[in-house]
Design a protein around this ligand. Structure first.
Ligand code: PLP
Length: 364
């Protein structure tokens, strides 16, 4: 019997593997596997979400004006260059759909968001990976060495994932300066809100000055709204125009728009989350190093930890943590071997994680 068949390009895509969120027999595991914000969203965002329940029969505001204005105000940006979407995920997909054709090449830096590869493959494009190992950071020269006449888009994540390292301002400028004008540079800043390093560049100013740079941001991380699915892109007018042509009219839902507007305006909550994260990044780094574990220097809300050889390797550590009710994230095949990625949680969760790992390393 014959059945409808997906396009061959679709069957070359490996399905996304979600982080684990439950452990059998443990009612409330400590979940440090998906880089969510343990402090949750701003109370005013929760209030806005609840208030929306009275008007669920209405379509959302399709122009996303309130949220775009709120983002523009807080980040000192131009609201006309902002488009919101169903997670930054969706905006990355829209950009790739709008700019990448079958046979084109997309250069994805190794630790850019996996969905860039998925969407490029779905377009029938060839994905060329620019390695970030062994240094665990974006390698501008490795990207530039892979440029060809067919390259249409270059995707980087800064900070990257799962390492949490970033591309300093001067290197981002160097990368952009070396790209032809018709190659789009996609800067995924999902973790940009956490960065306190002074030589970090969000890329927003590159968007202001050029027609071939876009920056994606999310409310899923620092703003604690992962469950609502809301993100945004800062893009030059030509890209905004393309996205407006293909986005669905109500791609950002009403609850997400209302909550995100309050979330971004509550700069005191954002500062509190940033401060909690920076404090625990330091503690994680020093305590894990003290245990003899190698920690990649992270500026995001997670750390990537390298484990010693068997019997103290990452798989054994993961099993030990799970047995003690803690879910970390083993790095997927092809990523840095023998590493676990651990999200920074609440203070008591972090303490439990650190003491459990110490027990593991001592061979208890
Ligand atoms: C590097 C990176 N980019 C993008 C995303 C997607 O974020 P969103 O929830 O906005 O779709 C994630 C989510 O984990 C991520 O790690």
């Amino acid at each position: 019997m014959s059945a409808p068949r997906p396009r061959p390009a679709i069957l070359r895509i490996a399905p996304y593997r979600q982080g684990k969120s439950s452990l059998e027999g443990i009612a409330q595991p400590i979940k440090l596997s998906s880089n969510e914000s343990p402090l949750g969203p701003s109370p005013t965002a929760i209030e806005a979400y609840r208030a929306l329940s009275d008007t669920l029969f209405r379509y959302p505001e399709g122009n996303q004006r309130e949220l775009r204005n709120a983002i523009a105000k807080v980040f000192s940006l131009d609201a006309d260059k902002i488009v919101c979407g169903n997670g930054s995920d969706e905006l990355i997909q829209l950009v790739i759909r709008a700019y990448v054709e079958p046979g084109d090449e997309v250069i994805a830096s190794e630790f850019s968001f996996a969905m860039c590869t998925t969407h490029a493959l779905a377009q029938g494009a060839k994905v060329v990976i620019a390695p970030e190992q062994p240094a665990m950071r974006i390698d501008v020269d490795a990207i530039l060495a892979r440029l060809t006449a067919r390259t249409r888009l270059v995707a980087i994540a800064t900070p990257n994932n799962p390492c949490g390292t970033y591309l300093p301002f001067a290197e981002l400028e160097r990368l952009h300066a070396a790209l032809p004008d018709d190659v789009l540079l996609l800067v995924d800043g999902a973790y940009g809100d956490y960065v306190t390093a002074t030589d970090y560049s969000s890329g927003f100013d590159l968007v202001e000055r050029n027609d071939n740079v876009v920056v994606t941001r999310t409310f899923s991380k620092l703003y604690g709204l992962a469950g609502l699915r809301i993100g945004w892109i800062y893009a030059p007018p030509g890209v905004v125009d393309a996205l407006q042509r293909i986005r669905t009219p109500f791609n950002a839902n009403a609850a997400a728009l209302a909550a995100a507007t309050e979330a971004v305006l509550d700069t005191a909550h954002a500062a509190k989350v940033r401060e909690h994260n920076a404090r625990w990044l330091d503690i994680f780094t020093s305590e894990l190093s003290d245990m003899g574990l190698a920690v990649v220097p992270s500026v995001a809300n997670f750390v990537l930890v390298r484990f010693p050889a068997t019997p103290y390797d990452a798989a054994a550590a993961d099993a030990y943590l799970k047995a003690h009710g803690i879910i970390a994230r083993p790095v997927a095949a092809g990523g840095p071997e023998n590493h676990l990625r651990i999200t920074i949680g609440l203070g008591h969760e972090n303490r439990t994680l650190l003491s459990t790992l110490r027990e593991f390393i001592r061979g208890v």
